[in-house]
Design a protein around this ligand. Structure first.
Ligand code: NAP
Length: 280
């Protein structure tokens, strides 16, 4: 039997967190790679976040994922924030280093880009203008990811114009705010359309947008994963676009986090995708 010292413990800290698919994803990899460890749910209320984060080391955790509502608040509780995460303004992965200090990372940007590359291996961020719908937490990681990959023109449309303007001002070029009412016109000549709003999610109204101006070779991506096929993706597929659902981002963001804690960069297999799809 392996010793406690070699038992790797990780989890996901959030509130609420019971719905999280992360234990199923990481648990699958722990079994697949024959590792000694586990990944657990960590339901932590916002007022206890400081105690919970500081307690990770004493409890023997290698680290944890952070989800709503802790991604921003946790930044001030770690010893080091990775530069990409600092730019995004949120951490979703916390690592307890060998010396006991805490480091914060954001793997959502990697997860998003990888989901596009999985769908279209020769995808390039500089293939043409990009329209991003939504300016919430998820949009921040995607905007930074696209800009870092070399996107030259990012048109950001959000229902509340002040939020899009604030993000465009914070991140600077190539991101510019476009009024929500002009979202259909923004698609002119675009190589990529991304929905980061919650419109189209189960229980929410569908996203209303005409795709008439979107060139046929453009990629259409929706980061929602419940349902997998949003009305936007169905409309895009009907026009012949390559459509990328949000499950790829969810699965891919878990890979570098798993590697931080367990020392193995796990593969994303069709079997894992089917396993998680069955839970949606
Ligand atoms: P958030 O911070 O609450 O942002 C929500 C965004 O949706 C805002 O831009 C908001 O616009 C917009 N919105 C909400 N209701 C709207 C409406 N009726 N009309 C127009 N715009 C509306 O949420 P988030 O964390 O960014 O998450 C957004 C979505 O991404 C969720 O569906 C979430 O499940 C999904 N997500 C997926 C992944 C993944 O791994 N695939 C990761 C993170 C998030 P206002 O600013 O005007 O309110």
């Amino acid at each position: 039997m392996a010793s406690d010292k070699h038992y790797t413990l990780a989890g996901v800290m959030g509130w609420p967190v019971a719905h999280s698919r992360s234990p199923a994803i990481h648990g699958h990899w722990i079994r697949q790679y024959g590792l000694h460890g586990s990944y657990v749910l960590l339901p932590v209320q916002p007022e206890h976040l400081g105690d919970a984060v500081r307690g990770l080391r004493a409890l023997g955790f290698a680290g944890c994922n952070l989800t709503i509502p802790h991604k921003v608040a946790a930044m001030s509780l770690v010893d080091r924030v990775d530069p990409l995460a600092a730019r995004i303004g949120a951490i979703n992965t916390l690592v307890v280093e060998k010396d006991g200090t805490l480091a914060g990372y954001n793997t959502d940007a990697y997860g998003y880009i990888q989901s596009l590359l999985d769908a279209q291996p020769d995808w390039r961020a500089d293939a043409g203008p990009v329209t991003v719908l939504g300016a919430g937490g998820a949009a921040r990681a995607i905007l930074v990811a696209l800009a870092e990959r070399g996107a030259k023109d990012i048109r950001l449309c959000n229902r509340s114009p002040d939020k899009a303007q604030a993000l465009a001002a914070e991140f600077g070029a190539p991101i510019r705010a476009i009024p929500w009412e002009q979202r259909a016109e923004a698609l002119d000549g675009c190589a990529l359309l991304v929905n980061t709003t919650s419109l189209g999610m189960k229980g929410q109204a569908p996203l209303e947008i005409s795709l008439d101006r979107l060139p046929r070779q453009a990629l259409v991506s929706d980061i929602i994963y419940v349902p997998l096929e949003t009305p936007l993706l169905a409309a895009a597929r009907a026009r012949g676009h390559v459509a990328v659902d949000g499950l790829g981002m969810l699965l891919n963001q878990a890979r570098p986090a798993f590697e931080h804690w367990f020392g193995v960069r796990p593969e994303l297999t069709p079997e894992l995708r089917r396993l998680i799809e069955a839970t949606l």
